[in-house]
Design a protein around this ligand. Structure first.
Ligand SMILES: Cc1ncc(C[n+]2csc(CCOP(=O)(O)OP(=O)(O)O)c2C)c(N)n1
Ligand SMILES: [Mg+2]
Length: 411
């Protein structure tokens, strides 16, 4: 008989605690330019090495190096930089407005701006994103989405397109390929795969882009979606944003310890990449690769974007309770805005003076938008849609029991 060994449960721990430094050595980081770039029709099993290495383009000097360095016009890069700056400034203003009680809640994407902004450049009109609450960059990168309208949603005022029925940040923009955000995490991944399958069934040319955080991959919806995407070779990009945290739990609680989230894709038969999400050029190149693969019927791609959630989870969260305050400054992949700025300056397409001017311009633009949005009301002055409107737009004919409930509300 074998001697009795007491069984022990392994409970993953974060690698840093308040007051002590996080040891980021758990992150495997490949040198910029060192990862190979296969053709877009490569077999899923042949991407196994790409699910553990890290696709990076920008080196420490801001030079674009290696096979993933994309051909992209400097003007598009300037627009991308501007959209990332806009996103960061928009977030900062809205956090402030929440503190002033003008909105009930806010979620910023500080430190993660490159992912949504650069990804949006690789998509086409008619493609559909199924985002989470941290991809506001998909909207802010577009010229046809008004910041005023977005702010009205945040302030739940009378101009809120969702009529105050959704949590602030849960936008819905069909015309911008931005599917309504769901607060029930992971539900949108199978929906995205289903949407992509429908596009293929119709013989259309449009692809879907699904979004999920590292923590939410622990939901069964994620795994079901992967199986469907693989089996039917759905034209979908499955984006796993690994920002190292899910509110207060470290990514290892969702299974990131000793393996990568990208490896989950390979295991199911999906081509998978692990990419530096703070490297604008790498995000653009990997997104383009996956979009071309999907659009040419070579099937889905799972991309794990490595990044860091620099701010609190939401305005209801206090990260000083569970992680060191200066983690972001020491995060080895740096700040996406600073890195693209350094690159543009290095290639002679940007300057400190231009950066400062753009910053000022954007600040003024955002302030003006906020002023206009507030003129339509905010939570502070109570000019919000009447409670009676909760009964609208659900049934063609209001059923009797709801009619009674409306009467009970006295409206
Ligand atoms: C099904 C479900 N479970 C739990 C929650 C509560 N919740 C909201 S955000 C969140 C953390 C998600 O973390 P992650 O997926 O890593 O995304 P991140 O916030 O880091 O972008 C949790 C647990 C929820 N909204 N839905
Ligand atoms: Mg997360």
């Amino acid at each position: 008989m074998t001697p009795h060994t007491p069984l022990r449960l392994h409970v993953p721990e974060p690698t840093g605690r308040p007051g002590c430094k996080t040891d980021f050595s758990y992150l495997s980081i490949s040198p910029a330019g060192s990862v190979r770039k296969p053709p877009t029709d490569t077999a899923p099993a042949d991407t196994a090495d790409l699910a553990t290495s890290l696709v990076r383009v920008l080196d420490d000097d801001g030079k674009a190096v290696g096979p993933w360095a994309p051909a992209i016009h400097p003007e598009r890069l300037r627009r991308g930089l501007r959209a990332m700056m806009k996103t960061r400034l928009f977030d900062a203003r809205m956090v402030l407005a929440q503190r002033q009680k003008k909105l009930s809640f806010y979620m910023q994407c500080l430190g993660e701006e490159a992912i949504a902004v650069a990804h949006s450049l690789a998509l086409q009109d008619g493609d559909m994103c199924f985002p989470t609450y941290r991809q506001q960059g998909l909207l802010l990168a577009r010229d046809d989405i008004s910041m005023v309208e977005m702010m009205c949603q945040l302030m739940s005022n009378v101009r809120d397109p969702n009529k105050g029925r959704q949590l602030p940040v849960m936008y819905s923009y069909k015309r911008a390929g931005f599917f309504s955000i769901s607060g029930n995490l992971a539900t949108q991944v199978p929906q995205a795969v289903g949407w992509a399958m429908a596009s293929a069934i119709k013989g259309d040319t449009k692809i879907a882009s699904a979004w999920i955080g590292d923590g939410s991959t622990a939901e069964s919806d994620f795994h079901t979606a992967l199986t469907f995407a693989h089996v039917y070779r759905a034209p979908v990009i499955i984006n796993v944003v690994n920002n190292q945290w899910a509110i207060s739990s470290f990514q290892s609680i969702a299974g990131g310890e000793g393996t990568t989230f990208a490896q989950r894709g390979v295991g199911v038969g999906i081509a998978s990449l692990r990419v530096d999400g703070n490297d604008f050029l790498a995000v653009y190149a990997a997104s383009q690769w996956a979009a071309e693969r999907a659009r040419t019927n070579h099937g889905p791609t799972l991309i794990e974007w490595e990044t860091y959630r620099a701010g609190p989870h939401s305005t209801s969260d206090d990260p000083s309770k569970y992680r060191p305050a200066d983690d972001w400054q020491r995060f080895p992949l740096g700040d996406p805005i600073a890195r693209l700025k350094q690159h543009l300056i290095a290639i002679g397409e940007w300057s400190e003076a231009q950066h400062e001017a753009a910053h000022k311009e954007l600040e003024a633009e955002i302030l003006a938008a906020q002023k206009e949005a507030e003129s339509y009301g905010s939570l502070l002055d109570g000019r919000v849609p009447s409670a009676a409107t909760i009964f609208d737009d659900v049934y063609k004919e209001l059923p009797e029991h709801l009619r009674r409930q409306r009467q009970q509300m006295g409206v």
